[in-house]
Design a protein around this ligand. Sequence first.
Ligand code: UDX
Length: 443
Amino acid sequence: MPRKYHLTVVGAGYVGLATAIGLASRGHSIDLVEVRNDRLGALQAGQLPIHEPGMDAAFANPEIRGRIRPGALIPDEPSDAVLICVGTPMDENGRSDLRQLQGALEAARPHIRAGVPLVIRSTLPAGSSESIVRWSGGDSSRLFTNPEFLAQGRALEDFLAPSRVVIGTFPGPDAQALSVVEDLLGSDTCPVMVVSVIEADLIKNGSNAYLALKLSYANELAVLCEELGADVITVIDGIGLDPRLGRGYMRPSFGFGGSCLPKDLRSITNVGRDLGLEMHVTSAASDANDAHQRRFARRIVAALESGKGRVAMLGLAFKAGTDDVRSSPSLRVAELLLGRGIEVVGYDPHAGMNAAAALPGLRVVATAAEALQGSSVAVIGTEWPEFRQLDWRALGPTMASQVVIDGRRLLDGPAMTALGFSYAAVGAAGVPQINRTRQSARP
Ligand code: UDX
């Protein structure tokens, strides 16, 4: 029978919750430490503080929930391992802000007994290991990193069935501590790599930056297709038939977001620059992502009569399946529109409250119908499937003008056109010059 551990998980964000719930579902018991009162309150009331489909169901299971004890402080009772899962958000200079990590490591320090591993699952910028050793008390032999590769919306699934497990070690790791980490986080179903901490950081940063490169490229192709009158989906389908290239992770849009990709792209660029290296590729991909979002905002403005009117932004989360709005392309575009004095009304099935808090000028309403009513342009900003199910036939006439700009290639273009909409989409063939089309259609 596999050993059951008593663990401390610090941080109840997406990573910490997936880690705690995943480990609890394997029978381990967990002290889950969270300093934010709103998150802790929800957990203590038996609710998840975030929207994550698979996790909601697992946390509703009394057996799993019963193994997780939420609290504000690291308890005195000994634990078999301490896992740090706090955020390392991007600061205003495009560098990882490690203050939460420093606080968590310093708080964990007095609680670590000999032989107990301290595992950092937070994303680290490559080259930050010296500070981490210092904050954790100077003994690096029982300090490990274990970067996570969780995608939000499927975080628990990714934790339970990872594509690989990477364990970062410092020179001369404590054998007992390492064996606990391997036993706890290793896997029989995927490769397990035990590498240096720097290699582990680079595998994590490098993976996310690579994913971001693919998307910047797909989105650049989309722009080219719009100008040339081609359909980017067809083009990417054709490219993807080359087995060296593949079709995965190439869904075009007007920009990518979230808490990881934009951050890791900038982080790897800055790490290289600090070493005096010119990071041509990653730096260009960041700039491209910014340019794609700006271009999309300009397309929306061009679809408004004399640049005036109200825009309905359908979808505010950075992608479907989450309530997270960090670096959300929809919010960035809404911000650009608001900056030009254009009214934006937003709707999202799960991220409304987070969006309203993140972008004060945005009016967030409770239904898509409310957002559409009186708006001149509807924008699909997030690929929520429910936007496909909307009764567009009935909703169209409630709009000031029936214009839809689909930033996610979600809707059926010909069907929308048949319903009388002027429909445009990213990377779509024959993207209409909406303003001109509509004006020339007038008597
Ligand atoms: C990502 C990585 O997938 C994950 O492995 C890592 O651990 C954390 O970062 P996440 O940020 O949750 O996960 O979301 P992901 O599904 O990768 O999407 C990131 C952004 O790219 C979103 O804005 C999404 O809409 C966009 N995207 C993704 C596309 O535009 N097209 C795609 O084909 C895939």
